[in-house]
Design a protein around this ligand. Sequence first.
Ligand code: SF4
Ligand code: SF4
Length: 326
Amino acid sequence: MYKIDDLVYPISRFCPGKCLNCNIYQEDPHIENETSIELFEKILQSKVLKDTFYFSLTGGESQLSNKFIPVLELIAKYKPKSYIHSNTSGWHTKRTIEVAQKGLELFDKDRFRIDISVDGIKEDYERVRLTKDGWEKAMNTTKELLKLGLKPTFVMIVYKQNYKSIKKFVEMCHEKGVGWYIGFFVESDNFNNKGKVKYYTNQEIDEIETSLYEIGFMDSKHYVNWLWAKSVYLGNIPEFKCMMGSRSLLIDPYGNVYPCGGGQEKRLNKMLYMGNIKDYNGNLDRLLNDKKALKVLDNIKQKKCQPCDLLCAHKIEFPWGKGTGL
Ligand code: SF4
Ligand code: SF4
């Protein structure tokens, strides 16, 4: 029933930053309610995670959490061959370098990835990411990571404010010797940006697609993500087969277990809530085999949470091809 390849674990929602299209920074992150490191160690010993090999340590600005390095150490202890993926704004050079050094000590270099969110070229950055001197800080972090021998990936989420820079963004990444990743905006309760994001005209959607062809994105496995985003923006999302929940899980900072980011949406929370790990004293096997979690798998199978516009899931079979996690 379960074959969990990936665990998404936003260690903390704390973020001292400021961005135009994400309002996480405006919330109280309730650090006092976060799951303890002891509980995380129990989670890692669950049978359902026996073959898990990919950990996405998202947030907030999770690298700032004092749990971040202990979490890395525990993953290395129980799942030493894992792939680790951590994202950061790049504003906290000293801490990111500390995290990177630890990551390189614990994992193979090609299994430890740090993403820096820059959302385009410098001019875009200043429109979308509003933290003072953020660009300079992110570039400084990049330089220090490269010195360590770790090549970060720059992330650009495409918005109305930056879509014209897709090609320039990729050129810049080549010049700087970093990797690149392009994602697409989503309106979500998680980012508290509903009704606040500007939508594209049909012509702008065509322009984005042309740029994606020009940079080779449509020849990569990620093309499925654009077709999903486009269907959301055009209001014609098709039904698809979703294996989130049985192949991938998300455990939020407070121990709530969901199949995907959808659990953090008000309209989907009840339908996708599998349980809280604190109520099971870290026993994820028991939680996932309880009625509540099994009902969630059934809801997903019956497509009750569709049409789905979340753009975050990767264990999916779309009408146009398989998701990037399959
Ligand atoms: S996008 Fe990232 S850095 Fe910006 S406010 Fe949201 S969590 Fe913080
Ligand atoms: S269809 Fe969407 S909301 Fe439902 S489980 Fe899959 S990704 Fe989550």
